[in-house]
Every structure is written in structure tokens, then in C-alpha cells.
Design a protein around this ligand. Structure first.
Ligand code: PMP
Ligand code: GLN
Length: 375
């Protein structure tokens, strides 16, 4: 059988989490919290199940949830937003799949920035699109907008951005969004904006959503995940937000992908969104600062980031192994699993960098740091 994804194998997240399990290593590789979801949220979902909300939800999402999402985004980004512009999906993964499938036609070129999240490239190709990989520029992983403009052809259909950025933690600023807006308007491009870490920004950094820029609002899809905002990656509930002509197309694909998303979870999330929530940025910044202070006496060198719950550490002073090798060795010999950044590059790239997830209890971080300080 001819494979449609002959170059794709098991995801690096699956591989490293399995390796961590097999050798009993502390798993700072795949991005998920090791602490609990709010018991209040679990109570709301439980209540919805007991109330009998256990059958199919409306395909594009429960009205109460789409309304609550629209209200929250309006408040956060100070833009008018209608519930009909929201499609509730099975995580951001499905939102990305439905968006690319709805918008990308055979032969369309889509600009991506490496290191990039693993699902973009294969999904674009499954839809007959052509990924055009540019690279974020070290040391701070910024976008070179002149280079972007020089790569635009008459086949270019869309640009994919991801801020705050997985795996590097870099954050696009207002000037970046304005440059993007200029380019997108000038060349009539769509923008797919993966904003799953929108609530997790630190220090002086601010998250700028494409939804808040006039030139981008009607040509962009913003993608979010409750997995990140409510520490519930296993629930797989996310959403795509776009002007109603674009979200209608996304919805058409979504109805044939999954039709609808888990009903009691949507009820619980809709009610929970109405409550006050602690600042996620403050919560995770404390964890990041704690992890980095524990690592101060190690030979690893942190790369400064502005958001997400990932920290890049350079091991240049420790080894000249390649990143995949280093991740294996660290997991098996020192009992801490991390993700090699080379896995996020089309065709690989070596910078002696590993990604560590600090969405963990303080005890887990302390144990991991103690082991890493011995390397
Ligand atoms: N985009 C990025 C940048 C991510 O890091 C993730 C998952 N961690 C996703 C999309 C997928 O999110 P979900 O788990 O909601 O499918
Ligand atoms: N997004 C998560 C990460 O970056 C992993 C998601 C997955 O396992 N597919 O670690």
C-alpha cells in the first residue's frame, strides 16, 4: 500500500513519553501538567452528566459554550466577536486539521516557521498543499519578515504563526503582528494563528491575538485549547475562531471529522468560563522561575523565552551529541526525559537544545533539577 505519509513515523512526544515510562524517568518531555484539574470544573462536568447531558451536542458546539468563549475573547482582546464565529473542536489538533482541510487547495503554498509544531506540515500535505519552511532566527527565535516577503509566490495561500511558541517560548510582539498584517493584506493571504498558549506569558510579554488586528481579523483563524488553559490535555476540547464565512467552511469539515465534541465537558466548560480564574501567566511564571533557580548551578544554559510552559536548555557545555541522542542519553542515564528541538525542524537542525516542560508539581521539578545538576 502506498503510504500518504511515508516520511512520518511515531511522534517525538509519544516516543519520549514511552521511553520515560520504560526507564522510570521523570517525564519533562511531552507537554502536560502532572497536577490536577480544578475540582470545581470536574464537579460541573459530573453534574452535567448526572443532569442527562450525555447525547450529541450541536455540531459546531454548545451555544452556551460558544457564547462564553465569544464573551471571554471580547473581554481579553477588546474586539466584537459573535458566537457563530466559534467552532468547538476535539482539541486544537482537530481545529488545525479542519482549518487546513477547509482552506488549503491542491498546490497552495503555506509558509511555516521551523522549529514548528509537528502537525502543521503533514496536514497541509494531506490536503495537497505545499509547506514552505522558513526558520525562526536564533538566538531569540524571531521572524525575519523581509525573508517572508521574499518567499511569497503567486501560489502562496497562507502563513502559519504560533505565539507563544512551542517549542521555543518566543512571543510575537505588536510590530510582528503589524508586519504580518501588511504582508497578508498586500498579498491577500490567510493567516492560521495557533494561540493555544495565549494565557501563558511572562515578564514584560503580552499576547497579541490576530483577532485584535483589523487587517487580520477577516483573513485569520485563531486556534485555542482548553487542554492548556485548564490543565486538562486529556479532555481534548479546543476551538477555532474566524469570521463567519471562514468558520462556516471550517464547520463543514468539522462535521465530517467528529461531528460534535463531548457534551458534558462542553457544559462544564461553559459554566466554568463564567467564574473568575487565577492568572495563568503568574502561575506558570512562578514555576518557570522556580525551575530555573534550581538549575542555576547546572551546566545547562537556559534560552530566554516569554511564554508557554516549556523551557529550552542548551547543553553546549556538556556534550557534542546530537539532540536526539542527548535526549535518549539524558532519559536513560540521568532519568529526565526532554524533547530534542531537531524534531521540530523539517530535515533536522542541530543547536544543542532540549525542551523541558515545567508544568509540574514543585516536587517533580526539584527532583528533575537535582538529577540534571549532576550532568
Ligand atoms: N498547537 C500547539 C502549539 C500545541 O503545543 C498543541 C498541544 N500541546 C496543540 C496545538 C494541540 O492541542 P490539543 O492538545 O488541544 O489538541
Ligand atoms: N503539544 C504537546 C507538546 O508539545 C504534545 C501533544 C501531543 O502529544 N501530540 O508536548
Amino acid at each position: 500500500m502506498a503510504s500518504k505519509l511515508s516520511d512520518v513515523s511515531e511522534s517525538i512526544f509519544t516516543k519520549m513519553s514511552r521511553m520515560a515510562d520504560e526507564v522510570g524517568a521523570i517525564n519533562l518531555s511531552q507537554g502536560f501538567p502532572d497536577f490536577e484539574v480544578s475540582s470545581e470544573l470536574i464537579g460541573l462536568v459530573h453534574h452535567a452528566m448526572q443532569q442527562g447531558f450525555n447525547q450529541y451536542a450541536p455540531s459546531n458546539g454548545l451555544p452556551a459554550l460558544r457564547e462564553a468563549i465569544a464573551e471571554t475573547l471580547q473581554r481579553d482582546y477588546k474586539v466584537p466577536l459573535e458566537p457563530d464565529e466559534v467552532v468547538v473542536t476535539s482539541g486544537a489538533t482537530e481545529a488545525l486539521y479542519a482549518t487546513f482541510t477547509a482552506l488549503i487547495h491542491s498546490g497552495d503554498e503555506v509558509i511555516l516557521f521551523d522549529p514548528c509544531y509537528d502537525s502543521y506540515d503533514p496536514v497541509i500535505r494531506l490536503n495537497g498543499g505545499v509547506p514552505v519552511h522558513l526558520q525562526l532566527k536564533l538566538p531569540d527565535f524571531h521572524i525575519d519578515w523581509d525573508e517572508v516577503e521574499s518567499c511569497i509566490s503567486n501560489k502562496t495561500k497562507a502563513i502559519v504563526i504560533n505565539s507563544p511558541h512551542n517549542p521555543t517560548g518566543s512571543v510575537l510582539d505588536e510590530v510582528d503582528l503589524k508586519q504580518l498584517s501588511n504582508i497578508a493584506e498586500r498579498y491577500d493571504l490567510l493567516v492560521i494563528s495557533d494561540e493555544v498558549y495565549h494565557k501563558i506569558v511572562f515578564d514584560r510579554f503580552i499576547h497579541h491575538s490576530v483577532l485584535a488586528f483589523e487587517g487580520l481579523r477577516n483573513r485569520s483563524v485563531a486556534i485555542f485549547s482548553f487542554g492548556k488553559t485548564f490543565h486538562a490535555t486529556g479532555w481534548k476540547v479546543g476551538y477555532a475562531v474566524a469570521s463567519s464565512d471562514i468558520s462556516t467552511e471550517i464547520q463543514k469539515v468539522h462535521q465530517f471529522l467528529t461531528f460534535s465534541v463531548n457534551t458534558p465537558l462542553q457544559h462544564g466548560l461553559a459554566a466554568f468560563l463564567k467564574h473568575d480564574h487565577p492568572q495563568l501567566g503568574t502561575f506558570f511564571q512562578r514555576k518557570r522561575d522556580h525551575f530555573l533557580s534550581l538549575m542555576r548551578n547546572s551546566k545547562f544554559e537556559p534560552v530566554k523565552g516569554g511564554g508557554t510552559y516549556f523551557q529550552l536548555l542548551s547543553y553546549k557545555e556538556i556534550s557534542d551529541r546530537d539532540e536526539a541522542d542527548m535526549a535518549d542519553w539524558l532519559t536513560k542515564i540521568h532519568g529526565v526525559a526532554a524533547i530534542p528541538i531537531s524534531a521540530f525542524y523539517n530535515g533536522g537542525e542541530e543547536n544543542s537544545l532540549l525542551r523541558f516542560c515545567f508544568a509540574k508539581n514543585d516536587d517533580t521539578l526539584a527532583q528533575a533539577a537535582e538529577q540534571l545538576c549532576k550532568v
